[in-house]
Design a protein around this ligand. Structure first.
Ligand SMILES: C[S@@+](CC[C@H](N)C(=O)[O-])C[C@H]1O[C@@H](n2cnc3c(N)ncnc32)[C@H](O)[C@@H]1O
Length: 280
């Protein structure tokens, strides 16, 4: 297991990159409300600093956050004091019975846990499907090949009042991996402390995730926005719903309800996938 999100990068991620988790929380809350689930357990995989967990907890849901970064979990415990948090890899974590699972911020792509592979991810998706109650929701985003624009390394930077971050991202197209070299500067007294991390991600073709989810029995929709937040190129949103219980021995009512339910809450550009490999 490699070191992930030490204190300085955890601080910078929380201070400057929280919009994605907050916007995803808005979409998830809408999905839960419109499907009539106003309570129950939400499992936040790779919960980071607890931004999504806080929104769900404030709305009355129980929250369990799982992450491998102790520094991020310390922030999460402060932000969502009613939540429960576990420090472990999602790839080996037990997922308790729940109404929803969230996994935002490319969390299925990271190779901090070197056991991350198609097989271990498939096993996790299966455990999620088993843990969700009928009609329960899985929301996540995943980086696909093409995540880094252009051919060479892509440089970016951002800064806040007491921090700055430089990142260089390079994609290995043959092996479908991405490496990010990240340098943070964080003010400590009159000086700035410099820290460095290298993150490796396994890029996952969207059709492969769709196949896996549909094979497990999820109804899936992909999208490119979380609420008002446009996702960057190569980052794809997924909303997967476990089939609802059959109604009085018939599956007709739930199937009709599924489409109405999905259409009604996303309010964003979506692609509906009705069956294996087929896009409407
Ligand atoms: C980009 S951050 C996203 C955090 C949060 N979900 C958000 O949207 O702000 C990626 C997160 O994934 C976590 N992570 C990556 N691989 C993990 C693994 N195998 N098990 C648990 N957490 C992991 C990191 O520690 C980090 O918190």
């Amino acid at each position: 297991m490699r070191d992930a999100y030490g204190h300085d990068l955890a601080y910078v991620h929380d201070a400057g990159f929280g919009d994605l988790a907050r916007s995803a929380a808005t979409v998830l809350l809408r999905a839960l409300t419109e499907s009539g689930r106003d309570r129950g357990l939400v499992v936040d995989l790779c919960c980071g600093s607890g931004l999504l967990a806080r929104e769900l907890s404030s709305a009355g849901y129980e929250v369990l956050g799982i992450d491998i970064s102790g520094a991020l979990l310390a922030l999460a415990r402060e932000r969502a004091p009613d939540g429960r948090f576990r420090e472990e890899s999602i790839l080996s974590a037990e997922i308790p019975a729940c109404v929803a699972v969230a996994a935002t911020g490319e969390c299925f792509n990271y190779l901090f846990d070197e056991s991350n592979s198609r097989e271990t991810l498939h096993s996790l998706l299966r455990r999620i499907h088993t843990a969700l109650e009928p009609g329960g929701v899985l929301i996540f985003d995943a980086a696909e090949p093409g995540r880094v624009p252009g051919s060479g390394p892509h440089q970016s930077h951002a800064q806040g009042q007491d921090w700055a971050v430089l990142a260089s991202a390079e994609e290995d197209r043959a092996h479908e991996t991405l490496t990010r070299e990240i340098t943070t500067f964080r003010r400590v007294g009159d000086l700035y402390r410099c820290s460095e991390e290298t993150h490796r991600l396994r890029l996952i073709p969207t059709h492969d995730l769709l196949d896996q989810l549909q094979g497990l029995g999820f109804e899936v929709q992909t999208f490119h926005r979380y609420d008002n937040l446009q996702l960057p190129p190569g980052l794809v949103g997924f909303l997967a719903r476990k089939s609802p219980k059959t109604y009085l021995g018939s599956s007709v009512a739930p199937l009709v309800g599924t489409k109405v339910w999905i259409d009604s809450f996303l309010h964003c550009q979506t692609t509906q996938h009705s069956s294996r490999g087929q896009t409407e």
